[in-house]
Design a protein around this ligand. Structure first.
Ligand code: BDR
Ligand code: CA
Length: 318
C-alpha cells in the first residue's frame, strides 16, 4: 500500500513535536508532503523554526515547512502558553539550528498548492488553531473537493474545555477560523479532549524517552519535563495528556476500536460565554447514532487503545 500523503499543520509545541515524531516513525504508512506553522502554543515563526530544527534532528530534511500568519483570522495573537510549552514553544529545550530555509509562501499557500498537486489524495492533520486551513479555504473555495480526510486535535464534545469552561485551546484561539472550516468541510475527524484527556504519558514513559539512545527521542523527553510539570499542577501527579499524538495516531491508523459517530458539529464564534465551543449533535447516542443529515465530522469520543506504550515504542525509533 502507498503511504498516505499528509499535510501537517501545527503550532510546535511540545505535543506537536511528539506528533511529528510519531508521523516520522510511521514512514511506511505516511508521507509528510508539507508542514505549516500556525500561532498557538508559540508564534508562527518560532513554531516553524522548531519544526525545521526537529526535522533536522530526525534526519528528515527535505519536507517543505511554510510559516503561517503572525495573527489569527480576526485578532492579533497573544501568547498565553509559555507556562505550558515554555518561552520557545518546546519546553525551552535548545535544538541545533537547521541549515534548511523555510519554504517560500505562506502555510495556507503551501496547503493549497499541495491539494491541487494531489487532488483527492492529500489528507490534513491539524494540531493547532485552524487559521491556516481557513486561509486556505479563502484562497481556494474548492479545497473541500480537493482534500481527503482532515483530522484535527481540538474541541470538547461532552468533556469540559481547557481554555474556558466549554472551549478547548485550539478552537478557542481562533473560533472564526474553526467556524469557516467546520462550515466548509464535511470530511472532518475531530479528536477532542474527551479522548485526549483519557490518554496519559506516565513518569516511566518520560524516563524511557530521557534515557533513549536516539537524540530525537531524548529531546522529546527533555521537553516533557516542563509539560508534565504543568499537568502535575492540574492532575496532581507527574503525567501529561496525549493530545496531538493521539490525533496523529488516529490519522494514520484509522478509527478501529473507537466510538466515533459522524455528526453535525458547529462552532460557537459568538462573543458570549460559549465562544470556542464545539457544539456536537450527539442526540443519536440514545439510538446507536443513526446517520445524520448534514453530518460533517466524526467525533472521537473514546478508544479501546492504550496509546502511550504504542506511541513510545515508535518515538524511541525516530
Ligand atoms: C491543544 O492545545 C495545545 O496546547 C496543544 O498542543 C494541543 O494541540 C490541547 O488543547
Ligand atoms: Ca498543538
Amino acid at each position: 500500500m502507498q503511504p498516505l500523503k499528509l499535510f501537517f499543520d501545527c503550532d510546535t509545541g511540545i505535543d506537536d513535536a511528539l506528533a511529528l515524531g510519531y508521523l516520522l516513525a510511521e514512514k511506511e504508512k505516511v508521507e509528510i508532503v508539507g508542514i505549516g506553522s500556525v500561532c498557538g502554543n508559540t508564534d508562527a515563526a518560532s513554531g516553524a523554526r522548531n519544526t525545521l530544527n526537529l526535522l533536522s534532528l530526525a534526519g528528515a530534511e527535505g519536507i517543505p515547512v511554510a510559516q503561517g500568519n503572525a495573527g489569527h483570522l480576526c485578532a492579533a495573537f497573544h501568547n498565553s502558553s509559555q507556562h505550558i510549552h515554555g518561552e520557545n514553544g518546546i519546553g525551552d529545550v535548545i535544538l541545533a539550528d537547521s541549515p534548511h530555509p523555510l519554504a517560500a509562501g505562506s502555510a495556507a499557500e503551501l496547503l493549497v498548492d499541495l491539494a491541487r498537486k494531489y487532488p483527492g489524495e492529500l489528507q490534513v492533520l491539524a494540531t493547532g488553531p485552524l487559521t491556516n486551513l481557513a486561509c486556505a479555504l479563502q484562497l481556494e473555495p474548492g479545497l473541500g473537493q480537493l482534500l481527503g480526510q482532515v483530522t484535527l486535535m481540538g474541541g470538547a464534545a461532552n468533556a469540559p474545555g481547557n481554555r474556558t469552561p466549554v472551549a478547548e485551546a485550539n478552537i478557542a484561539e481562533d473560533p472564526e477560523a474553526a467556524g469557516i472550516v467546520f462550515s466548509a468541510l464535511d470530511n472532518l475527524v475531530m479528536v477532542p479532549l474527551d479522548v485526549t484527556m483519557q490518554q496519559l504519558f506516565e513518569e516511566h514513559h518520560h524516563r524511557q524517552l530521557l534515557n533513549a539512545e536516539r537524540p530525537f527521542a531524548r529531546a522529546l523527553g527533555e521537553m516533557l519535563t516542563l509539560y508534565m510539570g504543568f499537568y502535575q499542577q492540574k492532575l496532581g501527579r507527574n503525567v501529561c495528556a496525549i493530545h496531538d499524538p493521539a490525533a496523529a495516531f488516529f490519522a494514520v491508523q484509522g478509527l478501529e476500536g473507537c466510538v466515533a459517530p459522524k455528526v453535525k458539529v458547529v462552532i460557537d464564534d459568538t462573543r458570549g460565554p460559549g465562544r470556542g465551543q464545539t457544539i456536537c449533535d450527539l442526540r443519536g447516542q440514545y439510538s446507536g447514532f443513526p446517520p445524520q443529515e448534514n453530518a460533517n465530522c466524526r467525533v472521537v469520543l473514546n478508544t479501546d487503545k492504550d496509546l502511550a506504550p504504542l506511541l513510545i515504542e515508535k518515538l524511541l525509533n525516530v
